[in-house]
Design a protein around this ligand. Structure first.
Ligand code: GDP
Ligand code: IMO
Ligand code: MG
Length: 425
């Protein structure tokens, strides 16, 4: 009998912060392994359970459920100093990592000078800046692709020499960019080097072999995406994107798993939409409704504390995301934020500059005008519900409409930040 299992992929379908961390934590009991495949400390994944709240940045969200292996894959970019801080805090709160967390030797290291480069490039762009998280993500991936990167496996021999060579190269680039502020570099480097020493206590692995072996033994692997489909470097709202492939195909590259090994693709979406940083956002609301969504949804960045831009759910954008990722089931988050709304809108088409309309996601979304369909609000507190049989009719209709428009079943509904506030349909 063939016992080879598949990897399931969970990812965000909008511009990030859909609630991926919460859902990974909810699903982890069904899995043996949770693996991150792209992104780095630009991510902020929030989990709440038993009255505690945690925000994870580089560490997979399966870390709270004992007995699971968590993997940081080759596609991730890792900042040793931030990783050490995150790991020590988790250990202090009673969640030991050393035996549970494996790190790919092929993951690239974010150096302190990558962070300076991130700031320097942003400064140079002026009002066209991306609004990055400032964590050095773009410059680290740039070094990877231009074959100048430093990898986790490099810390095992001759590291100082390699580090200095990379740093010199960065300093030359910073000089060209006119960057003069090095006031924090020395202090950052000191902690960073401590972070390198700290990394050595973890199992540094070849994750593709490890996952292959696990699949052959029938183990179940969940891949946790970071950011969201609209921040994908190829398919997102370029150039206002992150520097990795956030879509499901990224899991193959970022872990070294063949495409025919992908099983379920869980697409996570909010019942409305948010975005942090610059770039187009067709359904953004600049009025009281946008403010209400931000206040009720506590829409402030988990990493930078920045206000998240808020707007109505965009089904043209989501249909595109469902297509790109091959989503097999949808997970609907944060409908409870809409509990007090009299009416709710969903964008079901775009009007283009030339007056024509489309439901296909266009090359550019800067000048599109959303066409909305309006729904009755359910005016019910959903946060305490424990079964779909308790859903008010208006909410049931809204879910049915979303699922129908996106031609994909909605299988999980999240009605609050806590692990317990989750209804599996
Ligand atoms: P991630 O980056 O996709 O993991 O999402 P974030 O953690 O950045 O942002 C999601 C926010 O929404 C967090 O503050 C969560 O605690 C919160 N959250 C998740 N699911 C729900 C939900 O169903 N309802 C409400 N009200 N909050 C939620
Ligand atoms: P999670 O995993 C929301 C955004 C930044 C910026 C752009 C590029 O928590 O959903 P970067 O620092 O990656 O070069 O920034 O991408 N961004 C996110 N927005 N959630 C995230 O992660 C994000 N990670 C990056 O705001 O616009
Ligand atoms: Mg987040």
């Amino acid at each position: 009998m063939n016992t080879i299992s598949k990897i399931d992929v969970l990812l965000g379908l909008q511009w990030g912060d859909e609630g991926k961390g919460k859902v990974v934590d909810v699903l982890t009991p069904n899995y043996d392994v949770v693996a991150r495949f792209q992104g780095g400390p630009n991510a902020g994944h929030t989990l709440e359970f038993e009255g505690q709240k945690y925000v994870l940045r580089s560490i997979p969200s399966g870390i709270f459920q004992g007995g699971k292996v968590n993997i940081i894959g080759n596609g991730v970019v890792l900042a040793p100093d931030l990783f050490m801080k995150e790991a020590i805090e988790l250990e202090k709160s009673g969640h030991p990592l050393e035996t549970r967390l494996h790190i790919s030797k092929k993951a690239h290291l974010i150096m302190p000078t990558h962070r300076l480069l991130d700031r320097a490039y942003e400064a140079q762009k002026g009002d066209k800046k991306v609004g990055t998280t400032g964590k050095g993500i773009g410059p680290t991936y740039t070094d990877k692709v231009s074959r100048n990167g430093l990898r986790v496996g490099d810390i095992l021999s001759g590291f100082q020499e390699k580090y200095l060579a990379h740093k010199q190269q960065h300093l030359k680039m910073l000089a060209t960019l006119g960057w003069t502020d090095f006031s924090t570099l020395e202090a950052e480097e000191k902690v960073w080097m401590e972070g390198i020493a700290y990394l050595r206590r973890f199992q540094l692995v070849d994750a593709s072999h490890e996952i292959d072996s696990m699949l052959k033994h029938g183990k179940r692997v969940l891949c946790e995406g970071a950011q969201g489909t609209m921040l994908d470097v190829d398919f997102g709202s370029y150039p206002f994107v992150t520097s990795s492939n956030t879509i499901s195909a990224g899991a193959c590259i970022g872990l070294g798993v063949a495409p025919n090994k992908i099983g379920e693709v869980y697409g996570i979406m909010k019942a409305y939409c948010t975005r942090v940083g610059s770039g187009p956002f067709p359904t953004e609301l600049f009025d009281e409704t946008g403010k209400k969504l931000r206040d009720l949804g506590h829409e402030y960045g988990a990493v930078t504390g920045r206000e998240r831009r808020c707007g109505w759910v965009d089904l043209v954008q989501l249909r595109y995301s469902v297509m790109l990722n091959g989503v097999t089931q949808l997970i609907l988050m944060k409908s409870d934020v809409l509990d007090t709304f009299d009416t709710i809108k969903a964008c079901v088409g775009y009007r283009l500059k030339d007056g024509t309309t489309t439901t296909d996601f266009p090359y550019e979304i800067d000048d599109v005008t959303p066409i909305y369909q309006t729904f009755e609000g359910w005016k019910t507190d959903l946060t305490h519900l424990t079964s779909s049989s308790e859903f008010p009719k208006a909410f049931r209709d809204y879910i049915a409409f979303l699922s129908d428009f996106l031609s994909t079943p909605i299988k999980i509904i999240s009605l609050g930040p806590d692990r317990a506030q989750t209804i599996i349909l």
